[in-house]
Design a protein around this ligand. Structure first.
Ligand code: T3D
Length: 264
């Protein structure tokens, strides 16, 4: 195991598992945890051994967003510059997660509130324990949603549900989140880590280059015209078609055996 105590990091069979680890504070973010998460995701970018990421939380919660103990107005002094903290801590991590051209699976093991909910939504495939809840808690403390929440919620759910969730801060249960298309799946609490781990392992054994290019296409689709998207599919298919994994995939099909992808 490597990494700071606030994010536990393990690499096994191509899966980099990052576990937010401040369970007594429901894994809310302090500066150390931001930096530890950043180091983990940066490693996923640079380490070719990493072919998928699995993000989860220790204890009964996934992440309760910002550690509000670090924002106590009763301690006096000027109001904090939250724009600066977003720029310095949250936004770099969001960009790193979103731009990683390898699959990122999130196993939401319990409550995901504030920026914690929105970090989960930045991942590629989100599984949640049936008991987990997603809470856009910001309105309860006079803030606006951050960590990309207004972007993810609006794209995934549309304006009506995005507005109701953010303006009311009403908790959204995992099963309804899945029914609404906010996440991939709600699973029995006891099955969550096994199911998320198996999915991460299966993706880590996949054609990593092609999966990364697929993510790039899906991300571009929201702002592209059909013509632009067709051109991009052509360009990226050209790259995929020259990969070792494509040659292996077709060979394995013709030889009626399972493909052994190397991620290149
Ligand atoms: O500041 C900036 O840099 C700007 C960025 C902001 C990003 C944000 O995320 S703003 C939103 C911050 N988060 C929240 O407002 C959520 C606060 N937490 C809650 O509303 C509730 O804890 C939950 C709904 C998430 C869970 O409720 P429950 O009843 O299951 O648990 P609890 O009893 O409230 O919490 C358990 C412990 O975790 C408790 O500590 P204690 O009393 O046992 O010592 C509680 O204080 C602690 N905890 C939970 N959330 C936070 C926290 N401690 C610090 N910060 C938290 N966010």
């Amino acid at each position: 195991m490597t990494g700071s105590e606030t994010v536990l990091v393990t690499l096994a069979d191509g899966v980099l598992k990052l576990t937010l680890n401040r369970p007594d504070k429901l894994n809310s973010f302090n500066e150390e945890m931001h930096l530890a998460l950043r180091a983990g995701v940066e490693r996923a970018h640079s380490d070719a051994e990493v072919r998928a990421v699995l993000l989860t939380g220790a204890g009964r919660g996934f992440c309760a967003g910002q550690d509000l103990g670090n924002r106590d107005p009763r301690k006096g002094g000027p109001a904090p510059d939250l724009g600066h903290t977003l720029d310095t801590f949250y936004n770099p991590n969001l960009r790193l997660i979103r731009s990683l051209e390898k699959p990122v699976i999130c196993a939401v093991n319990g409550v995901a509130a504030g920026a914690g909910a929105n970090i989960a939504l930045a991942c590629d495939i989100v599984l949640a324990a049936k008991s987990a809840k997603f809470i856009q808690a910001f309105a309860k403390i006079g803030l606006v949603p951050d960590a990309g929440g207004t972007w993810s919620l609006t794209r995934l759910l549309g304006e009506a549900r995005a507005k109701a969730l953010t303006l009311t801060a009403e908790p959204l249960g995992a099963e309804r989140a899945a029914d609404w298309g906010l996440i991939w799946k709600a699973v029995e609490d006891g099955d969550l880590m096994a199911e998320a781990g198996a999915l991460a392992l299966s993706l880590a054994n996949g054609p990593t280059l092609g999966l990364g290019l697929t993510k790039r296409l899906i991300h571009a689709a929201a702002t592209s015209s059909l013509d632009q998207q067709l051109d991009m599919e052509r360009d990226l298919q050209q790259i995929a078609g020259r990969s070792d994994d494509y040659a292996e995939g077709v060979t394995a099909f013709l030889e009626k055996r399972k493909a052994e992808f190397k991620g290149k």
